[in-house]
Design a protein around this ligand. Structure first.
Ligand code: AHR
Length: 363
């Protein structure tokens, strides 16, 4: 995976070692109880690799001895998210790192509880995907006081104290919004008419939705042919995309908002796009032709829809951050610095490209 790192480095986190083991033992039952109940995921419990006392002798000695990560994931709202979880689990297993996985089922309160249980258990590193931007300072302060470094992945937090986390790894979601808008500018460069846009937002309050919302407007705001006539959240869910499409189409018969026909759909993720496509069939609407569709994620099903001409552009969002997270965790374990902010580089797939050689997406 390509990534770029800012030069800010985080150093000085010391892993808890033997003194923490006794506490861990006592706390283990509590954590298991939490992960199995709050997360409601009896089949999705921690992926563990217990015999991981690997010490490699090299110029600089590296070790993955008994490293334990507490990982709080948002849930399983999309194929993207499922792939992100799998990437973490596979990379941890391959690195010989024990991963305690907690599924928050779309609730911030479950994530906060999970993080607190990881602190009680004295994991070596906490990794989490913040479902929304605000409301993390208290629990992160608790982690800091317990000397447990926190790595934030995918979505960002809003805080006035940047020392509350060791690193952030994720995509530039503002840039994703810009990329979607730039495709439209290019596609319609010669158009001499108003182009009405329907926007399907992701989870409100999340940095990813804010970024995709802002970046899109940043590019189009000075071009008054583009007119965003409707913006609604579908919470990144296929079912909500379906519901919204069904509501609009059953009321009007055609894709229109208050009598104004929609020319373009800008969807913040592929799941919601697929929800719309599911309903289009029923109403005889041809995605990609009757209405231009720009989507974000680039999961296999939407790449296939792009190849079939049902979608016009897909902005990639890469969920496979697991290996990089494990690399950073190992660097922390060896008291080596890690970048404060690491951006994942991503591409764009459009109807104008040769799509014959796209590798299987894996999600
Ligand atoms: O935070 C990344 C977004 O969350 C992805 O675009 C979406 O599919 C996921 O659920």
């Amino acid at each position: 995976m390509k990534h770029s790192a800012r030069t800010h480095l985080t150093k000085g986190y010391t892993f808890l070692r033997t003194s923490g083991r006794a506490v861990r033992f006592v706390a283990w039952a509590l954590v298991i109880a939490f992960v199995l109940t709050a997360a409601g995921c009896s089949k999705k419990s921690a992926t563990a690799n217990a015999n991981s006392d690997t010490i490699t002798s090299s110029e600089e000695q590296t070790y993955t001895r008994n490293i334990i990560i507490g990982f709080s994931q948002i849930g399983a709202e999309s194929a993207w998210r499922t792939c992100n979880t799998q990437s973490m689990q596979t990379a941890a297993a391959e690195a010989g790192i024990q991963l305690i996985y907690s599924n928050a089922e779309q609730k911030q309160e479950n994530q906060i509880k999970a993080i607190r249980s990881f602190i009680v258990y004295q994991v070596d590193v906490i990794v989490f995907v913040p479902i929304v931007q605000d409301g993390w300072d208290n629990v992160l302060r608790e982690a800091k006081e317990a000397h447990i470094p926190v790595i934030i992945i995918d979505r960002k937090i809003r805080t006035s104290d940047e020392s509350l986390y060791a690193a952030y790894i994720g995509a530039d979601h503002v840039e994703e919004g810009r990329k979607a808008a730039r495709f439209l500018q290019e596609k319609y460069k010669d158009a001499d008419k108003t182009l009405n846009i329907m926007e399907l937002r992701g989870t409100d309050g999340s940095s990813v939705t804010d970024g995709r919302y802002q970046g899109f407007r940043e590019i189009l705001q000075n071009d008054n042919r583009f007119n965003i006539i409707y913006s609604e959240t579908g919470d990144f869910l296929r079912s909500m995309g379906k519901e919204l499409a069904e509501k609009i189409l059953s009321e009007n018969g055609t894709l229109q908002i208050n009598g104004t026909p929609v020319d373009i759909i800008y969807s913040h993720n592929d799941s919601m796009t697929l929800g719309f496509l599911d309903v289009f069939e029923k109403y005889g609407i041809q995605g990609g032709k009757d209405v231009t569709i720009v989507s974000v994620d680039a999961e296999q099903a939407v790449i296939d829809a792009l190849k079939n001409g049902q979608v016009n552009c897909v902005v990639e969002c890469n969920p496979k951050t697991g290996p990089l997270v494990m690399e950073f965790v190992q660097r922390l374990a060896n008291n080596r610095p890690i970048p404060k902010i690491t951006r994942i580089e991503e591409t764009v797939f459009t109807e104008n490209d040769d799509l014959s050689n796209i590798e299987p997406r894996g999600y």
